[in-house]
Design a binder for this molecule. Structure first.
Ligand code: XMP
Length: 508
């Protein structure tokens, strides 16, 4: 077993997932009381995750020094490297330059951590997200790698098998990331492979166990997560399940009709449609703050479900929450809150449900794999992700019917052109944002002070990091031309060229 100590990282669970994918069991724990925890289990290796704090901060999360006397190999990632550096007696200081996103990592010294390619490739791309850095390595360690901004980007004590790396090997965008974790787990910790992959039967059994013979309602958005949760729950509890699709008015063009038709054709479950556009719009009136929008939407959703559940005497609410929703909503002890995913952090403290989240520990691509096992139509499996709060978080400022209409048209054009270019299945999301920024245009020899639409097209594997897609210029030109000519109010189109981190995918 590999033990991951979570210092509040956005990606600690992703490290766990990578280890699990190798067929090796792992557990995630927090740094508090770690020694007594280690007495109960004997991991072959320990990983210190990243985290949002500073080792020299007032409330810094650190570890008991005695952990280094147990003879267990340790890999520190990002903040984990700083913990290693600091607790072992090195020096950590604020960096001169923040480093977020990709950078080039150069190998300085050979190490079993880089076995397999270090003699062929001395420089490779890694993803960083940090501000502090180690400026003096602890005694007994040697520097094994650097980046242009960080002199000590990796160090090792090969004798005691302690390794620190400043970058994130667990994210898909780091070149050789999987290989580094593989080397740590198999070569350095000498762990052996088991097979513990998830099965649909396990998931169905767990739902059966949670709900028994009671009634449950399921919040179905038509996206892959809630649809998989609904179909698994239907297999588990059959006619005791009622699914509700709430049309919030924040949906994409033609979305509601398409979802109803698909469910009718492929899945024989009990689906009820609730039209709540006016209710959501009235609740969102004058609301500008993004987190407030998410909170209001979450609350409005749950109140609708409560009303319906009373009629059915249902105590359970099934949701398609997946792990990135949980982690970004501060669902683990030390993680920082990035945004309130309405189906997790957006739920009011008081509601009358027991929440069932069968996919809570999975990532999107794992959910897609389950969907394939459940014989979902390919169109549903490849459909781009759409956030629970819908277009509301793609309109900066107050949400109105007029802005929604403009955005729906713009989004329709972006997706249509991406599909025509044959790129739809290869990218994570393609969408438009109503920026709320007005700017001057000139149409038909007249001045027009109109709206600015931003286009965001990104690729990602696991939600935690993303890169913007280098679309061909003619395609970008076509999208811009169509938006400005087909939507009267828009005079300007811009393309978002920011990675995650530092930006998130959605603008709010
Ligand atoms: P961010 O903007 O956090 O988005 O980088 C990561 C992915 O999550 C989706 N997203 C949500 N999904 N409820 C959801 O079910 C939400 O409240 C929510 N907010 C963002 C987003 O579309 C992207 O794919």
């Amino acid at each position: 077993m590999i033990l991951i100590i979570d210092f509040g990282s956005q990606t600690a669970h992703l490290i766990g997932r990578r280890i699990r994918e190798m067929g090796v069991p792992c557990e995630i724990t927090t740094p508090e009381g770690i020694l007594s925890r280690l007495k109960k289990s004997s991991p072959k290796g320990i990983i210190f995750s990243g985290g949002p704090s500073s080792v020299y901060g007032k409330d810094a999360l650190l570890v008991d020094k005695r952990i280094f006397n147990l003879g267990i190999p340790i890999l520190g990632i990002c903040y984990g490297l700083e913990v290693l550096g600091h607790v072992l007696g090195g020096k950590v200081a604020p960096g001169k330059k923040k480093e977020y996103g990709s950078t080039s990592f150069s190998l300085i010294k050979e190490s079993p951590l880089f076995a397999g390619w270090q003699d062929k490739k001395k420089n490779f791309t890694v993803w960083m997200s940090h501000f502090d850095q180690v400026i003096e390595p602890p005694s007994g360690t040697v520097v094994i790698g650097s980046t242009p901004a960080v002199k000590i980007a990796a160090f090792a004590d090969e004798r005691r098998r302690f390794y620190g790396i400043m970058f994130h090997p667990e994210v898909h965008h780091t070149e050789y990331g999987k290989e580094i974790l593989h080397n740590f787990v198999f070569n350095i910790c000498q762990e052996v492979m088991l097979d513990n992959r998830l099965s649909t039967k396990d998931l169905v059994d767990k739902i059966k166990n949670d709900i028994g013979d009671k009634n449950a309602v399921c919040a179905l958005s038509g996206g892959i997560d809630s649809s998989v949760a609904a179909v698994l729950s239907h297999q588990a509890i059959g006619k005791n399940l009622t699914c509700f699709y709430v049309d919030t008015g924040m949906m994409r063009q033609g979305e509601t009709d398409e979802i109803i038709a698909t469910f009718k054709k492929y899945f024989k479950l009990n689906l009820k449609i609730i039209n709540a556009e006016e209710l959501f719009l009235s609740k969102l009136k004058d609301v500008i703050d993004p987190e407030e929008k998410r909170r209001i939407i979450g609350e409005t959703f749950i109140r609708i479900f409560e009303k319906e559940a009373i009629k059915l005497e249902a105590k359970f609410l099934i949701q398609g929450t997946i792990y990135p929703d949980v982690i970004e909503s501060k669902g683990t002890k030390h993680a920082a809150k990035i945004k309130t995913h309405h189906n997790v952090g957006g739920l009011p403290a008081k509601h009358g449900f027991k929440i069932v989240e069968p996919l809570r520990f999975l990532y999107k691509d794992e959910v897609r794999e389950i969907a394939r096992k459940l014989n979902f139509p390919p169109k549903m499996i490849h459909r781009h992700v759409f956030p629970g709060p819908g277009l509301a978080v793609r309109i900066i400022g107050e949400v109105t019917k007029e802005k929604l209409e403009i955005l729906r048209k713009a989004e329709g054009i972006v997706v249509e052109e991406i599909k025509k270019a044959g790129l739809y299945d290869d990218i994570w999301m393609a969408f438009a944002v109503f920026t709320g920024v007005k700017s001057t245009g000139v149409t038909g020899d007249e001045r027009k002070y109109g709206e600015t639409i931003a286009v965001r097209v990104i690729e990602s594997k696991d939600t935690m990091t993303a890169d913007w897609v280098r679309l061909p210029y003619p395609l970008l030109a076509k999208i811009s031309e169509r938006i400005t000519t087909e939507i009267f109010d828009v005079v300007r189109v811009v393309y978002d060229i920011t990675t995650k981190p530092p930006a998130t995918m959605e603008w709010e």
